[in-house]
Design a protein around this ligand. Structure first.
Ligand code: ADP
Ligand code: MG
Length: 307
């Protein structure tokens, strides 16, 4: 199959309004009156963000979802995406069919349509870039920079599960049950960004960021953007039972520096309740500190770094 057949067979059925069924040079991005477009892009690569043995459908879903956490963090509702693929010459029809079925599933679940992309062959690892577009009501995008002294710090979901799943794939020793192990590896393969919470977030949040490099590292971005200090109470960080069972005493430190969570951290007035957990507070100063029973905890490396 050449790339035109691949596009026609696997991607054209996923294309929506403005895409011209992937038969034109470019797409038209449908607009929505009273709204602004929020745009984000992320690449995942075989060997770095997924394994060659991962199922192609969840690889596709992960490529989409690592972008959806960015849109969610900005309070935007997902609408469209572009898909840029670098595939080995040896790619099979089975792999492409499974990959497209994963895309179809997430399009359905999150209300997304494909607008276009690019397809090429390369000698290196599989690389998948998704560029996602979402809508926010005019002026309502949640920025990184709005944290205020006196805010509480909140986080959605649980932290560290994906890093736990990765450690299992890397053959770290454990005594977990099959269901505990499967829970963690599934969180690595298939992040669960809080897409449905985007509209709630933009009503309450002063500042937000998605958690991709690690909770402490990403909170550091919120802190420096506003010139404030974020204090995290270690006891409050939501950790799943399987992750606690896996990592025991080391769980908190590894979870908050692990990365790949694709959840959302935000600051907002204290005392709020919703699909999130209060983990700390915003003070005067700079940086992020983690405290445990009132005592500061030393953090060697705050999160994942590519270089
Ligand atoms: P060009 O030669 O200008 O690069 P292409 O032949 O790459 O154009 O693309 C033809 C059409 O197919 C365009 O509408 C493009 O957006 C679409 N397309 C190519 N690759 C993909 C892909 N991986 N996913 C979705 N659409 C794609
Ligand atoms: Mg092209």
């Amino acid at each position: 199959m050449n790339e035109f057949e691949i596009i026609r067979r696997y991607f054209a059925p996923l294309a929506g309004e403005g895409s011209f069924s992937l038969k034109d040079d470019a797409a038209l991005l449908p607009s929505r009156p009273g709204h602004e477009l929020v745009v984000t892009t992320d690449t995942i690569s075989q060997g770095t963000d997924f394994f060659a043995f991962d199922p192609a459908d969840t690889v596709a879903q992960k490529a989409v979802r690592v972008n959806l956490s960015d849109l969610a963090a900005k309070g935007a509702q997902p609408a469209h995406y572009l898909l840029n693929l670098t595939l080995p010459h040896s790619v099979t029809e089975d792999w492409l069919a499974a990959f497209a079925s994963g895309l179809a599933r997430d399009q359905q679940q999150f209300g997304l349509l494909l607008l276009g992309g690019d397809t090429g062959a390369g000698e290196g690892p599989v690389s998948i870039t998704v560029t996602a577009f979402g809508f926010v009501p005019q002026g309502k995008m949640v920025k990184r920079s709005g944290a205020r002294v006196g805010d509480a710090v909140y986080v959605t979901g649980t932290i560290g599960d994906s890093a736990g799943g990765l450690a299992i794939f890397k053959r770290e020793k454990h005594t977990l049950s099959d269901s505990e192990r499967d829970y963690l590896t599934a969180r690595y393969r298939l992040p669960e960004p809080p897409v449905a919470f985007a509209s709630g977030l933009r009503d309450i949040a002063h500042a937000a960021a998605d958690i991709s490099d690690g909770l402490i590292a990403d909170l550091g971005h919120i802190a420096s953007a506003a010139g404030v200090r974020l204090v995290v109470d270690g006891e409050r960080v939501p950790l799943s039972a399987p992750l606690r069972a896996f990592w025991g005493e080391a769980c908190l430190l590894r979870a908050v520096t692990g990365g790949d969570d694709y959840q959302v951290a935000f600051t907002a007035p204290p005392g709020l309740e919703g699909p999130f957990t209060r983990i700390g507070r915003v003070e005067e100063g700079q940086g992020v500190s983690l405290v445990w029973n009132g005592r500061p905890v030393e953090i060697a490396q705050s999160g994942y770094k590519h270089f």
